[in-house]
Write a protein that binds this ligand. Structure first.
Ligand code: GTP
Ligand code: MG
Length: 195
């Protein structure tokens, strides 16, 4: 599959703002600063369709992008960012949780994990949450450009163990800097979108 068209649709703060045309949705979730928005930009081959920042906490709403007039990408705020107030954290968490629990159009979650580090407790909780609600999940390891081949092999094993990754869930190594992981990810999206 090739992404030929990608357009921003809406910033949603709750379900009332979400599209109503029943098209399939793919959500990109993970810790703040892990690279969700950058990863979306790489997939759609656009520099700044989704806003990115070196400061965590950039994305603050559910941002919906229409892809190939056929399905939606959903960019969401990251979790685990210390520098926001408790009430904002709680409202982000509620926004994402409600979306994941109740959204029938959601066909797959991409859970982004920083390839360099052990998954945080929040990462593990997020994965368990997705599994509990039966959302098919693909693990995206980000920032692969920052690791040697040895480190990659070691960390991949460590992350699989820490998450207790289910066998059916794919895991894909990616780098926005080196443009790694585009085809593998688009293949997954194409397969799920055709089901
Ligand atoms: P929030 O919106 O705050 O939740 O963050 P996010 O997960 O959307 O992260 P974002 O895409 O804004 O990227 C955060 C930082 O990581 C930016 O400085 C990116 O340039 C950097 N980054 C993202 N992907 C990669 C990558 O593959 N390699 C490297 N080296 N840096 C990356
Ligand atoms: Mg973002």
């Amino acid at each position: 599959m090739e992404i030929k068209k990608a357009e921003f649709v809406i910033s949603a703060v709750n379900r009332d703002n979400l599209p109503v045309d029943g098209k399939n949705e793919f959500v990109f979730c993970g810790r703040s600063n892990v690279g969700k928005s950058s990863f979306i930009n790489m997939l759609v081959n656009r520099k700044s369709l989704a806003r990115t920042s070196s400061n965590p906490g950039k994305t603050q709403t559910l941002n919906i992008f229409l892809i190939n007039d056929d399905f939606y990408f959903v960019d969401v705020p990251g979790y685990g960012y210390a520098n926001v107030s408790k009430s904002i954290k709680a409202s982000f968490a509620k926004m994402i949780e409600t979306y994941i629990k109740k959204r029938e159009e959601l066909k797959m979650a991409f859970l982004l994990i920083d390839f360099r580090h052990k998954p945080s407790n929040d990462d593990i909780a997020m994965y368990q949450f997705l599994k509990y609600y039966g959302v098919p999940t693909t693990i995206i390891l980000t920032k692969a450009d920052k690791l040697s081949n040895n480190e990659k092999a070691k960390n991949k094993k460590m992350i699989i163990e820490a998450l207790e990754k289910a066998d059916e869930d794919e895991i894909i190594e990616t780098s926005v800097l080196k443009k790694i992981g585009i085809k593998d990810t688009l293949d997954v999206i194409e397969r799920v979108n055709q089901e």
